[in-house]
Design a binder for this molecule. Sequence first.
Ligand code: CMP
Length: 138
Amino acid sequence: MERTLSIIKPDAVERNLIGNIIKRFEDAGIKIVAMKLLKLSKAQAEAFYAVHKERPFYGELTDYMSSGPCVPMILEGEGVILKNREIMGATDPKEAAAGTIRADLAIDKEKNSVHGSDAPETAAQEIAFFFTEYELAG
Ligand code: CMP
């Protein structure tokens, strides 16, 4: 069964939107098989987003991602990588389809409430960043 990494980002945790976001995944038939609430250090945020190191927004993005708690989760289901991306909507909430998490809840393209892996290889890397096999529910 396919797995992906989802993160409820600091802007959404701060606004008490954890339950709202998890309900959308559960209502779509997606299973949460691991979950934690933690605050990334600046160095951890830099490591997680290393692929964006050359982007002009890297400094701000990693400041923001280390500014407060976030909720990384492993989601499981058939085609869950794509399904999660559909439920999240486009990176910029102004471009996200109606009814998606980002259209409904995100603040802007940086504080966009959720992260989701974009492909099987990144899903595997991102899951390993946050979780060991001992932390999986099954
Ligand atoms: P995410 O899916 O977590 O992957 C990279 C993140 O960088 C993205 O969501 C946004 O939070 C952030 N991001 C992408 N583009 C921009 C931008 N132009 N300005 C600021 N932040 C951005």
